[in-house]
Design a protein around this ligand. Structure first.
Ligand code: ALG
Ligand code: ZN
Ligand code: ZN
Length: 326
């Protein structure tokens, strides 16, 4: 009797690195199966190679491939959360979405439709970007069936600016548009890791009106990790403590350029990857409805530093989803 007939409901996991060397074979995230190789997936990892919304260095269109290539060393068991994220339920790589690099509005429509399609097939979606513009169409799709969601946004930047060159859909503006469109819960959303020069003081006041609280990068040093985690969990619980759906958006430039040089708009004074991974782990027990890891720009990376950091961030997000599903 084959394994499959004995255990028909067993999720198909990653390729075994003790049988097939890690550097062999097609690069799916964490060497997971492709979505078309499994019946269905509780979580789909979707690449979106799009960087037409960037204000500075381009290159995030190569992010999905780079994160996958940097994810080959991930192992199946996560001791930090005591979970095997690919054994609890089926996780699969949905490949790359082909989006129009010359027409941003059309690209946003393609992204929204694909996220909606995967979600209606029963998959939560972890998106590998791509630039931060992508958060807007993803939030449109998620809030279409979950209503306004809390946005937990890890980034050096607010990304609530209004326009660049008059353009409303850019990587610096997704969360202003999302707030204006009523996609986010104004009482439970938060940025973590904010730092660096702004256009003016009004950037921060406008951001508060749009529904965000701010944890600054320096707060990790001044208050400590546990205090930051407590603030995050209190904010996500909301004023009545009841909680609700949370969308997690991770711009890899939240990390210090020493930890993640491969990104388009780097800012000094950032978080360590250890701080970021530990903060994400503290999301166990919150209703994470989707997530992205964006702004990985491989042309500026060295030794896969940024790719490995992004792969681990994605792995911790998948681990949280697995613990929550258990
Ligand atoms: N979302 C990212 N990574 N960066 C936004 C920077 C916008 C600016 O150039 O002011
Ligand atoms: Zn950023
Ligand atoms: Zn961003």
């Amino acid at each position: 009797m084959s394994d499959e007939t004995q255990r028909p409901s067993q999720p198909r996991g990653p390729v075994d690195a003790s049988l097939i060397p890690r550097y062999c074979g097609p690069a799916t995230f964490a060497r997971l199966p492709r979505l078309d190789e499994v019946d269905s997936a509780a979580v789909a990892v979707l690449g979106i190679p799009f960087d037409s919304g960037v204000s500075y260095r381009p290159g995030a269109r190569f992010g999905p491939g780079h994160i996958r290539a940097s994810s080959k060393l991930l192992r199946p068991y996560n001791p930090a959360l005591d979970v095997s994220p690919f054994a609890v339920h089926q996780v699969a790589d949905a490949g790359d979405l082909a989006v129009n690099p010359f027409d941003i509005q059309e690209a946003l429509g393609t992204v929204e439709a694909e996220i909606a399609r995967l979600r209606s097939a029963g998959s939560k979606v972890l998106t590998l970007g791509g630039d931060h513009t992508l958060a807007l169409p993803i939030l449109r799709a998620v809030s279409a069936d979950r209503g306004p969601v809390a946005v937990l946004h890890f980034d050096a930047h607010l990304d609530t600016w209004d326009t660049y060159f008059g353009a409303p859909y850019t990587h610096g503006t997704p969360f202003r548009r999302a707030s204006e469109e009523g996609l986010i819960d104004l009482e439970r959303s938060m940025h973590i890791g904010i730092r660096g020069p702004l256009y003016g003081e009004q950037d921060l006041t406008a951001d508060g009106v749009l529904g965000f609280q701010v944890v600054r990068s320096d707060d990790y040093e001044n208050e400590g990790l546990q205090t930051v985690i407590d603030r995050m969990r209190r904010r996500l619980a909301g004023p009545d403590g009841a909680g609700g759906p949370v969308y997690v958006s991770v711009d890899i430039d939240v990390l210090d350029p020493a930890h993640a040089p491969g990104t388009g708009t780097p800012e000094a004074g950032g978080m360590t990857s250890r701080e970021l991974l530990n903060t994400i782990r503290a999301l166990v027990g919150t209703d994470v409805v989707g997530a992205d890891v964006v702004e990985v720009a491989p042309p500026y990376d060295h030794a896969e530093l940024t790719g490995v950091a992004a792969a681990h961030v994605a792995y911790e997000l998948l681990s949280v989803l697995a613990v929550n599903a258990r």
